[in-house]
Design a binder for this molecule. Structure first.
Ligand SMILES: CCCCCCCC/C=C\CCCCCCCC(=O)SCCNC(=O)CCNC(=O)[C@H](O)C(C)(C)COP(=O)(O)OP(=O)(O)OC[C@H]1O[C@@H](n2cnc3c(N)ncnc32)[C@H](O)[C@@H]1OP(=O)(O)O
Length: 218
């Protein structure tokens, strides 16, 4: 099921398996961003001596110039970015329009949790062959925010306590899970983890969110 653009679905209003993130579309911007993501990955993988990197730099700079020529003022662009209901296409975790985002596709489950399966690659590397701890924290922070939305709440992260149990492997499917576990007025407690396919926990988090509306640019 796709997200209704007028209201954010929650566990009470949408069935199991509801996609809570903005799916990649068959649009030029999504195609361009997917290509940019591919370039970031390929730049890290390519042979440093044999690839013609001077030509690559020239062509990429020419592309950047074209994009910058058509960029409106930042304030104007921000209004445009925040015109939807909160499911963003530009965030660094799930945004199909953000080349930095893996991007995660998050599903809401009927048990109140949210889940995402992702395979991380070279751009997200920390220790050899494994995910950077800051990347794991980023992905979980955002996933927990989506878990709050699925539970009908929203808030800013006030605390994110991260426990790294064991290194998180790249190049294999990881399952990220999050759920809201307690609420006390404006305070929201949300937990989550990252596991390998055999269920081994690599990272777990406990977070405090505080309900606070950040005004949208307009
Ligand atoms: C827009 C609508 C969308 C709807 C649709 C949803 C679609 C969903 C899709 C996608 C979800 C997106 C997911 C995004 C997820 C990413 C989240 C982030 O990255 S957020 C950026 C990083 N976080 C910050 O920048 C916060 C910076 N800090 C602050 O702004 C404030 O400090 C804030 C809001 C956290 C608290 O400030 P105060 O003034 O509002 O509230 P005070 O009175 O200080 O605290 C309230 C209670 O909380 C406790 N508290 C506050 N901070 C605490 C802390 N760090 N540790 C422990 N307790 C804390 C206090 O002690 C107080 O508790 P007592 O009521 O007295 O019991």
């Amino acid at each position: 099921m796709r997200v209704d653009p007028s209201t954010h679905p929650t566990v009470g209003t949408a069935p199991d398996g509801t996609v809570l993130t903005s799916a990649p579309q068959d649009t030029a911007v999504d195609h361009a961003t997917a290509a940019a993501r591919r370039v970031v990955d390929a730049l890290l993988r390519t042979d440093r001596t044999n690839a013609n990197l001077e030509r690559v730099a020239e062509e990429l700079n020419s592309i950047a110039e074209h994009l910058e020529e058509h960029a409106p003022a930042v304030a104007e662009r921000l209004v445009d970015m925040w015109a939807g209901e909160g499911v963003t296409r530009h965030d660094p975790v799930t945004g199909p329009e953000n080349a930095i985002a893996p991007p995660l596709v998050v599903e809401g489950r009927e048990d109140g949790s949210v889940q995402s399966v992702v395979t991380l690659t070279m751009p997200y590397q920390g220790p050899p062959g494994h995910a950077h701890g800051g990347v794991s924290a980023l992905l979980l922070d955002h996933l927990l925010g989506v878990a709050n939305a699925w539970a009908g709440r929203s808030g800013a992260t006030a605390q994110l306590n991260v426990r790294y149990h064991r290194p998180t492997p790249l190049f294999e499917p990881l399952t990220l899970t999050g759920r809201l576990v307690a609420q006390d007025g404006r305070k929201i407690n949300t937990i989550g983890d990252i596991r390998t396919a055999d269920g081994t926990v690599c990272v777990s988090v406990e977070a405090l969110f505080v309900d606070k509306t950040v005004p949208r640019p307009r």
